[in-house]
Design a protein around this ligand. Structure first.
Ligand SMILES: O=C(O)C[C@H](O)C(=O)O
Ligand code: SF4
Length: 514
């Protein structure tokens, strides 16, 4: 089994950098169905460009390389402790090589272990089987989409849909609601795995298990197959669209599994996965530890470009989108000129700040003068070279809504004029943007290579004690594009899409499965 560690390393690197073909096909299909020239279509073009960049650079598709979750099946007699050791060593190596972001954080002290190893990470599930080879599968599911998972306990009263009972129609309502409540925050268009039954824990496990099914897999259970088809057809009528910008593609896949439950319990659990749906598998020779076969790779090259060109060509015709160049320090006057829908191109300095920084800045001074500056909600993957210089390996936006309790106050306290993130923010921030003169800029979630390419130089880092993803990185960018989705005049695209999608959700109130 001397090749085992190398095989696990390959599995990790490929999963982080190379999106499976079934997922690529689903994204291409969405792109073709999207109305050309819309924000959603342009976002999908950025997404496909990002997928190709990750391929070329063998770099993370998204900077959040997720909670590494391995599912391993071993023949009787294989030493599972040895397999575990190989995985741990491979994880450490992949992190040191910038293929994984250090993502394992002590929940009590906040300390990042730095190597992706720690209590509970990575997650490894073992199972024995009668076959004579090892089946190893890995899913890298990021935190933003994980936060949009939801569990229902039936019967329940659901916003927009009314009563959901303990029957197939109640389940249908839960699933439709789960897509609605995710909005764009889990980097739609997404994929869902649904688990029906079990207890709270096994129900969620079943939901996640569904994410190992291929997108085109047909459910052998006729009732569940019909439900999957129904959800795929109608969830896309909610109009949430890519990144929550509105549009045709909201959901790219729906897989449902059922297990027995207790008489008193009826859980429906939904695992929401972003478009950056990273899961692969390998068949391992139990003697040598070498890879015999790849899973979820059918060998066929999926052309992401053809569809991309179609969209890009059509987009040019719709040129009413206003493009504004921003460079910090920005004046209040300049910010107030910006309106929802404008595209901004940022040049010059931006500064990262996410959960730990926002929490810190409430009652501490900032390490630099932030007056007129731009904050980027981002936890990048960074690597230091031999000369001690930092390089950005992946740097897409993180979900901004987590900063809702802090954002407005921090903008006012330090004079920050713009924040870049994804998924939008709430009423508190919107009010502060109006009072203070600020904008919220939405970047394309998951497009970590695309944005890393815009970063020309790392000018230093502060608050490194929070760990690499949470530190404040000072970055010089060129041609960093984002869309104004909340402006200083009280307008929010996110609030609009939330409202219209709720109205659409209400149309699915009447029973369908009797
Ligand atoms: O942690 C991150 O960088 C992003 C996260 O996955 C998110 O979607 O918010
Ligand atoms: S940033 Fe978006 S694409 Fe990346 S892990 Fe989070 S939800 Fe997924």
């Amino acid at each position: 089994m001397q090749k085992l560690q190398e095989s696990m390393y390959q599995l990790i690197v490929e999963t982080s950098t190379n999106l499976p073909n079934d997922v690529r096909r689903a994204i291409v299909k969405a792109k073709q169905q999207e109305n050309a020239g819309t924000r959603a279509a342009l976002s999908l073009s950025t997404i496909t460009e990002n997928i190709e960049m990750a391929d070329d650079k063998i770099s993370p598709i998204c900077q959040d390389t997720g909670m590494p979750t391995f599912k391993i099946k071993t023949p009787v007699g294989v030493n599972q402790l040895e397999v575990k050791r190989a995985i741990h060593a491979a994880m450490e190596q992949a992190t040191a090589d910038g293929k994984l972001r250090p993502n394992s954080v002590d929940s009590l002290t906040g300390k990042n272990s730095g190597n992706n190893l720690g209590e509970g990470t990575p997650v490894i599930y073992f199972e024995q089987w009668e076959k004579d080879y090892i089946d190893a599968r890995l899913i890298l599911k990021g935190g933003g989409c994980e936060n949009k998972n939801i569990q229902y306990s039936l019967p329940a009263e659901l916003e927009g849909l009314g009563r959901a009972g303990r029957d197939l129609d109640g389940i249908r309502k839960c699933i439709m609601h789960s897509v609605y409540q995710a909005q764009g925050q889990g980097c739609s268009a997404g994929f869902i795995g649904v688990g029906i039954g079990g207890d709270r824990t096994s129900s969620y496990s079943l939901a996640k298990e569904q994410l190992f099914r291929t997108v085109d897999d047909v459910n052998p259970n006729e009732e569940l197959r019909k439900l999957e088809d129904y959800v795929m057809e109608h969830a896309n009528e909610l109009g949430i669209g890519t990144m929550g910008f509105g549009g045709e593609a909201t959901l790219l896949g729906c897989k449902i599994g059922a297990m027995n439950r207790l008489p008193a319990s009826f859980f429906v659990s939904v695992a929401y996965n972003c478009w950056a749906y990273r899961r692969l598998g390998i068949v391992i020779d139990q003697e040598t530890g070498g890879i015999k076969e790849w899973l979820y790779k059918d060998g066929e090259t999926v052309d992401l470009n053809v569809a991309s060109k179609e969209v890009a060509a059509a987009a040019e015709e719709k040129s009413e989108v206003r493009e504004v160049v921003l460079e910090a320090p920005i004046t209040e006057e300049k910010i107030r000129e910006l309106k929802v829908g404008d595209v901004v191109i940022i040049n010059g300095m931006i500064h990262t700040g996410r959960d730990a920084i926002h929490h810190h800045l409430i009652d501490h001074e900032a390490p630099i003068d932030l007056d007129g500056q731009i904050i980027y909600h981002c936890g990048p993957v960074m690597l230091k070279d031999d000369k001690g210089e930092w390089h950005v390996k992946a740097a897409g936006p993180t979900t901004s809504i987590r900063e809702e309790p802090y954002q407005g106050d921090i903008m006012k306290k330090f004079g920050i004029r713009a924040v870049i993130g994804k998924g939008g923010m709430g009423p508190k921030t919107l009010k502060a943007l109006e009072e203070h003169g600020g904008v919220y800029l939405n970047a394309i979630g998951g497009a970590a290579q695309y944005y890393a390419d815009c970063i020309k130089k790392v000018h230093g880092v502060d608050l490194m004690e929070f760990g690499i993803p949470e530190a404040m990185w000072h970055l010089e960018v060129e041609g960093f594009a984002a869309i104004v989705t909340m402006d200083s005049h009280g307008n929010s695209l996110h609030a609009d899409v939330a409202k219209t999608s709720l109205e659409k959700l209400e149309q699915f109130k009447e029973p369908v499965f009797k």
